[in-house]
Design a protein around this ligand. Structure first.
Ligand SMILES: CC(C)(COP(=O)(O)OP(=O)(O)OC[C@H]1O[C@@H](n2cnc3c(N)ncnc32)[C@H](O)[C@@H]1OP(=O)(O)O)[C@@H](O)C(=O)NCCC(=O)NCCS
Length: 174
């Protein structure tokens, strides 16, 4: 699949059809072991409350959805959340970065993050930060895109009994 067929758009309103596609994507990514807030196995019912909270934040203008499509089909997404503080309007947090498992490893994650950065620049943002679960390789993905580690929250993510992972804090200057 040529990456030229891929697009990233900022979405300000999520209708029911898109909500269902996002729900399927997030559930499939989680069940494939993705570090996006869950530990497998999960069902769409498990993921729906988190998605609906995210959709609410987008509707209220507190977050932006960056939607990755390939030939018009939803293939992944990421969320950009502005801080509430007036002192932090040049910063935002990126979270839930994901590409559908059927398309991972083909350059689409790089396309998605380039789109996130373009959207962030359009919004006047200067810095992005995010947290990556240690032991997943996700931090290596972000480091390749210009993010640098600024610290770790030791053992902050309890993946399972006796399996606490650091949250690696990464920052990118746009
Ligand atoms: C992380 C994710 C978004 C990356 O998307 P992708 O389409 O698989 O990544 P790409 O093919 O665009 O890879 C871009 C670069 O990052 C590297 N990379 C991607 N995933 C990596 C990993 N887990 N470990 C090390 N390097 C990785 C690739 O080798 C590639 O490097 P190169 O350009 O130097 O060749 C995707 O794998 C995913 O959705 N994972 C599950 C959800 C998840 O864990 N998200 C992270 C939340 S913090």
């Amino acid at each position: 699949m040529p990456v030229s067929a891929a697009e990233v758009q900022a979405v300000a309103a999520v209708d029911e059809a898109l909500r269902r596609e996002l729900l399927t994507c997030w559930t499939d990514v989680s069940n494939a072991g993705g570090a996006v807030g869950f530990v497998p196995p999960v069902t769409e019912d498990d993921v729906a409350p988190a998605l609906d909270e995210l959709v609410r934040r987008v509707r209220e203008g507190r977050a932006l959805l960056a939607l990755l499509t390939v030939d018009g089909a939803t293939t992944g997404f990421a969320v950009l959340a502005r801080a509430a503080s007036p002192l932090r309007q040049h910063w935002a947090t990126v979270f839930r970065v994901q590409v559908h498992p059927s398309r991972q490893g083909t350059g689409l994650g790089r396309v998605l993050m380039a789109g996130v950065h373009a959207i962030a620049r359009d919004e006047g943002l200067e810095f992005l930060h995010l947290g990556a679960r240690a032991g997943t390789g996700a931090d290596a993905f972000y480091r390749r895109l210009g993010y640098r580690e600024v610290g770790r929250l030791p053992g902050a993510v309890r993946v399972g009994p006796g399996d606490d992972r650091d949250e690696i804090l990464l920052v990118c200057r746009l």
